[in-house]
Design a protein around this ligand. Structure first.
Ligand code: GDD
Ligand code: MN
Length: 377
């Protein structure tokens, strides 16, 4: 097996020697090489050259004077110059354990996969190295959303946001990618058709320096989703909007020409639109997933239960928030509607229509014992 380890770097000087040392231990004698794609504005390139001179592994560097596409652009540029059968993309700060590189490639070979994702969210994996509760929450929410937008392409992927994965560059069409921001794996998996497998890993602490993630990167993610046309969410939103208009029309007809009380009118309108929305989403949003998981009656039961509960809870929830915070009711209602829409979408994509995995999960790494927790008590 021949592997190129592709490492994007931006001002990572103090991490280079340790990274290359651990890669050497994991890979020497296996026909591997290391390729740094460097956008640094400091002395990192000099450090890479210094470490390369005494390394037992061949170390190459592409230094970009005018970087484009940030971290993702660097990875794509690196992949474009890989000549080995496999590439493994990993961060340069040792949050990704170098010891796992051969294992990812072995899993790919064994399962006949073209991409092997190192996942923090599989059993045996861990995302705690992500600093701060907030970063972890954002990471979990953004991967749930991405998986909901692309339930079929990401059916075997629990961690589409990871920066650690093995790939056969030959299986990719690099020109089809529009790299930007940090989420290069998502870009690869949504614009290419590849066989994907996964393996758990423990996302560690940074060895030195600090994260380069920023709020701007979050905006790039939204921009990336827009350029991917939000996958299935767009169609789901159109049907939802249609349902909202139908709901109002039904209510108007019942209250005015038919003189029905508005509460009953609202209940009837909700029941009718929940049913028509279900039929429309079966046909136009999740048609291809109807035979991939639950049966029709099971889907209908889950969908009706969620939508019924949502319709029933939204009003008390609105009252509760407005009373508790004193925020303007219309604003709270707007936020409530957006959140309810997102929850409804994620629930339908990830529960009602969730497709089964088609590739198995690779081996679980040996985890260090958990310190400070007594499990015998
Ligand atoms: N060439 C290049 N250009 N490299 C970059 C750039 C850039 O503009 N920005 C960051 N990098 C490099 C860093 O030097 C590091 O080696 C790697 O990309 C990851 O950057 P970090 O700053 O350490 O990112 P993080 O730890 O916050 O985020 C990581 O985890 C996320 C999962 O939540 C990354 O792996 C992300 O890709 C991943 O999504
Ligand atoms: Mn990092």
């Amino acid at each position: 097996m021949s592997i190129t380890v592709v490492v994007p770097t931006f001002n990572e000087g103090p991490n280079i020697a340790e990274l290359v040392r651990r890669l050497e231990e994991a890979l020497v004698g296996r026909g591997a090489e290391v390729l740094f794609v460097d956008d640094s504005r400091d002395d990192t390139p000099a450090e890479i050259e210094r470490v390369a001179a005494s390394s037992a592994l061949p170390v190459r560097m592409i230094h970009r004077e005018t970087p484009t596409g940030g971290l993702s652009g660097a990875v794509v540029e690196g992949l474009g110059s890989v000549t080995t059968e496999w590439a493994v993309v990993m961060d340069g700060d040792l949050q990704h354990p170098p010891e796992l590189v051969p294992s990812l490639v072995a899993t790919g070979e064994k399962l006949g996969a073209e991409v092997v994702v190192a996942s923090r969210y599989l059993k045996g994996g861990d995302a705690n190295g992500l600093d701060g509760r907030w970063r972890r929450l954002v990471s979990t929410a953004s991967s749930l959303l991405a998986r909901s937008m692309f339930p079929k392409r990401l059916r075997n992927v629990t961690d589409p946001m990871t920066g650690f994965f093995a790939v056969r560059p030959d299986a990719l069409e690099l020109d089809a990618l529009r790299p930007r921001g940090f989420k290069i794996l998502l870009e690869i998996l949504t614009r290419n058709t590849v066989v994907v497998a996964e393996e758990p890993f423990v996302f560690g602490e940074r060895f030195a320096g600090e994260s380069k993630a920023s709020f701007v990167n979050g905006l790039r993610y939204v921009e990336q989703l827009a350029s991917l046309r939000f996958g299935r969410m767009s169609r789901f939103a159109i049907i939802g909007a249609f349902g909202a208009v139908a709901n109002l029309a039904i209510m108007w007809v019942l209250v005015h020409p038919f003189q029905l009380g508005y509460v009953w009118a609202a209940v009837v309108a909700a029941a009718v639109t929940i049913t028509t929305n279900f039929v429309l989403q079966e046909r136009f949003v999740f048609r291809d997933l109807r035979n991939e998981g639950r049966s029709l009656w099971n889907r209908a039961a889950h969908s009706f239960a969620f939508n019924g509960a949502e319709a029933a809870l939204r009003l008390p929830f609105l009252i509760w928030i407005v009373e508790a915070t004193g925020a303007p009711a219309v604003l709270v209602q707007a936020v409530t509607l957006v959140v309810a829409f997102l929850l409804r979408f994620v629930f339908h994509s990830q529960v009602v229509y969730r497709p089964r995995r088609t590739t198995p999960v690779g081996p679980v790494p040996d985890l260090p014992a958990v310190v400070g927790r007594d499990t015998t008590a």
